[in-house]
Design a protein around this ligand. Structure first.
Ligand code: C2E
Ligand code: MG
Ligand code: MG
Ligand code: MG
Length: 276
């Protein structure tokens, strides 16, 4: 009957919610421990390439966590937890410092690091980034920070100030997941960023048998008119690569070209290109 069914459903939901909360607490405690010992945290580096020449231009740092029980975890499984419990600032700084250290060994190229909205709101961000660049001896022009539009939503003034300071010292800013927010094009006008990364959801619309995507074309054209460079993320097929290159998209990133790799593999690729 309906009543009993309803109660059963209710207890079923309460159980999963309870489990989810327990899970969250567990992940938080284990993440704290991993950050304290440094064990299990790892960074993968996904290369990106000049569309026209195919030259390796740099790589994006993507955090991973080798959990003793859950296995290799992707950011979606623990970055939101880190954001909720205030661990993201320490974690983010760790990623930034490791990534800059790795890039300082490359003969050339840019390192891209993802920032959380919380980091961007911190008035000390620019100073901390600068300190890390000094410590790792990486030129500011070789660092690109990736932010998302949601960073602007709550505290756009603090974000703007941070972006201004960072760009003043020569760090570049990329707007990640471009096109998924509600007012993406406003940020083209504001000149707050140097690059836009066209979200994978647009790139995946380029399918066999189609001429291409007029939306992507419009984004690339607008970016060029605004003096911004474009990167397409999630390039998986040869057809997507050809279309994006033909419309003047500057940089390509995706499984077709390279998956996220270990630090030494990316370093080896840079040196291999040097000796070609
Ligand atoms: P994102 O910055 O947009 O990174 C791109 C994501 O797409 C990565 O997933 C990458 O592995 C994946 N990807 C790249 N090429 C392809 C492709 O051709 N096909 C498909 N299907 N996927 C592709 P990942 O590593 O799971 O990262 C997810 C998100 O987590 C990132 O999205 C970024 O927003 C966030 N993230 C990663 N590392 C960090 C970090 O250190 N700090 C912060 N705050 N966020 C991070
Ligand atoms: Mg990114
Ligand atoms: Mg992205
Ligand atoms: Mg994305």
């Amino acid at each position: 009957d309906a009543k009993r069914g309803g109660r059963r459903r209710h207890s079923f939901y309460a159980d999963t919610m309870g489990e989810r909360i327990r899970d969250r607490h567990e992940i938080e405690a284990e993440l704290r421990e991993a950050m304290r010992t440094g064990e299990g945290l790892d960074i993968a580096y996904q290369p990106y390439f000049a569309a026209k020449s195919g030259l390796l231009l740099g790589a994006e740092a993507l955090i991973r966590w080798d959990h003793p029980v859950r296995g290799r975890m992707l950011p979606a499984q623990f970055v939101p937890v880190a954001e909720e419990c205030g661990l993201i600032e320490t974690l983010g700084e760790w990623v930034l410092e490791q990534a800059c250290l790795v890039a300082a060994r490359w003969p050339a190229g840019t390192i891209s690091v993802n920032l959380s909205a919380m980091q961007l709101r911190n008035p000390a961000l620019a100073e901390r980034v600068y300190a890390i660049l000094r410590r790792t001896r990486l030129s500011p022009s070789r660092l690109e920070l990736e932010i998302t539009e949601t960073s602007f939503v709550d505290s756009s003034e603090k974000c703007r100030a941070n972006l201004g300071w960072l760009r003043d010292i020569g760090v570049r800013i990329a707007l990640d997941d471009f096109g998924t927010g509600y007012s993406s094009f406003r940020h083209l006008r504001g000149f707050e960023v140097d690059r836009i990364k066209i979200d994978r959801s647009f790139v995946s619309t380029i399918q066999p048998g189609q001429a291409g995507s007029p939306v992507i074309q419009a984004i690339v054209d607008l970016a060029r008119l605004s003096g911004l460079e474009t990167t397409a993320e999630g390039v998986e097929t040869e057809q997507q690569r050809r279309f994006l290159t033909s419309i003047g998209c500057d940089v390509l990133q995706g499984f077709l070209l390279a998956e996220p790799l270990g630090a030494t593999a990316v370093e080896a690729r840079f040196f291999a290109e040097l000796h070609q």
